[in-house]
Design a binder for this molecule. Structure first.
Ligand code: UD1
Ligand code: CA
Length: 457
């Protein structure tokens, strides 16, 4: 199979009102352009060229390894845009698919269908068309009495009769690469917009007696283009629905799809239940049999099987099976949690390793710490890891018991099985098996109540 695709994306995207090139805006955590590339890739196209105007270097960085980038300095029309890909395709023979960079809903199966129909008919060009309730703004497909495609006429160049046509050009095509660039070179901008129209190639081929075909798309929503952020939000909503549907069909329970937001690249295992108001972002991987939410946000997290995460934020943290997080925990980047770790109510953990079976159940801050197995961190424990200038590590070995409300002033090492007394501020290392208590002796003044009352009299 010899396939290539050119993705047209040099349009200014002015209505996005953004510094970022339009096709690099995100839909469910991935750039618009990456969806189009995925669709082409899914249809078996490996050679991909993106034509960009503004921000070519930026786009090239984003698609590195997946696509090449051609630069169209001036937007002189869709034919001119396609011609900019010519130098990347000088030796290419086969089918060339033209796609748009701002239509992320296009599916691989649609592209495959277009290629198959093109090959079966032995055409020079095949246009993907759509039946639209409201065709305004699109190029119209003009057919003869036998139903053969004759030409595509742009809205601005159309006669009143042609404007009645409801079959439109989606802007997606399959061409024989052989001879295409020669033919494009001969097009002229004699039209209402003074542009080099790619659509003119159709009339030209038909005039030369070449075979031109058309395939009508089943679901026109796939070719919805994004021009502004309102349309972007609509497309995102549709995409979100598609992602959730795929997850549900693969065995994930999504209790309330409208309040659940899962990025395209995230993975969730079977029999996991996702409760409302949950956001799963980036390259997060969630195992099987987990309970996620309500009200949780996971960003690039790796979560083992059978984990529960309630009302919590988990960022760039990995955890093994059986962990229990929240409600109201904040796991900041860089944590590695072993099996069955518990991080509970109002605890914050940062850049720390916590061994199997250890617990940080209540109201604690643990930062830059290496905690062994089966350690209990009492309520209100704080690792004092920052001296105003440097961050220092705390090491707590297996089976340590940290009493409630302990300040652990780093750098610090607490040996295996050691115990600290509640309320202590620990500033020196504690050997294995020892008890460290640091607090002043309790004073008890008897009959205090009575003496106070007497004072008042
Ligand atoms: C184009 C088609 C129209 C079709 C519609 C579908 C032409 C002449 N018309 O119209 O028949 O119904 O798409 O959406 O082709 N682009 C460039 N460089 C340019 C011009 C455009 O890269 O110089 C890119 C745009 O970024 C966009 C795509 O080509 O991704 C289509 O361009 P656009 O201006 O939206 O074309 P339309 O006028 O909508
Ligand atoms: Ca358009």
């Amino acid at each position: 199979m010899n396939l290539a695709t050119v993705i047209l994306a040099a349009g200014k995207g002015t209505r996005m009102k953004s510094k970022t090139p339009k096709v690099l805006h995100n839909i469910c955590g991935s750039t618009m352009l990456s969806y189009v590339i995925d669709a082409a890739d899914g249809a078996g196209v490996k050679k991909i060229i993106v034509v960009v105007g503004y921000g070519a270097d930026w786009v090239a960085r984003e698609v590195e390894g997946r696509a090449q980038v051609a630069h169209q300095a001036e937007q002189l029309g869709t034919a001119h845009a396609l011609m900019q890909a010519g130098p990347f395709l000088s030796d290419f023979k086969g089918q060339l698919i033209v796609l748009c960079g701002d239509t992320p809903l296009i599916e691989a199966s649609t592209i495959s269908g277009l290629i198959n129909s093109h090959r079966n008919a032995g055409s020079m060009a095949t246009v993907l068309t759509a039946e639209m309730e409201n065709p305004a703004g699109y190029g119209r497909i003009v057919r003869d009495n036998q139903g053969n495609v004759v030409k595509i006429i742009e809205q601005k160049d159309a006669t009143p009769e042609e404007k009645q046509i409801r079959e439109v050009n989606t802007g997606v095509y399959c061409f024989e690469a052989d001879g295409l660039f020669k033919a494009l070179n001969q097009l002229t901008p004699n039209n209402a917009q003074g542009e080099y129209y790619l659509t003119d190639i159709i009339e030209r081929y038909v005039g030369e007696g070449r075979q031109v075909g058309a395939v009508t798309i089943e679901n026109p929503v796939e070719i919805t283009g994004i021009n502004d952020r309102v349309q972007m939000a609509e497309v995102e909503r549709y995409m979100r629905g598609r992602i959730l549907k795929d997850l549900m069909l693969s065995g994930v329970t999504v209790v309330d799809p409208p309040s659940t937001f899962i990025d395209r690249r995230a993975k969730v295992g079977r029999d996991t239940v996702i409760h409302p108001f949950t956001i799963i972002e980036g390259d997060t991987v969630v195992g099987e049999d987990c309970i996620i939410g309500p009200g949780s946000r996971l960003i690039n997290a790796v979560v083992g099987d059978g984990v529960s995460i309630q009302n919590s934020v988990v960022i760039e943290t990995s955890m093994e099976e059986g962990c229990s997080i929240g409600p109201f925990s904040h796991l900041r980047p860089g944590n590695v949690l072993g099996r069955g770790v518990r991080v509970g109510n109002f605890s914050e953990v940062k850049k720390s390793v916590i061994g199997d079976g250890s617990k940080v159940p209540h109201l604690s801050y643990v930062g830059d710490a290496a905690i062994g197995k089966n350690v209990n961190i009492g309520a209100g424990t704080i690792t004092c890891n920052y001296d105003g200038r440097y961050k220092w590590p705390t090491r707590i070995d297996d089976d340590v018991f940290i009493g409630s409300n302990t300040n652990l002033v780093a750098p610090l090492e607490i040996g295996a099985g050691a115990v600290t007394g509640a309320g202590s501020t620990i500033t020196r290392d504690v050997p294995a098996g020892a008890l460290a208590v640091e607090r002043s002796k309790q004073k008890v003044i008897p009959d205090w109540r009575r003496r106070c009352k007497n004072k008042k009299d």
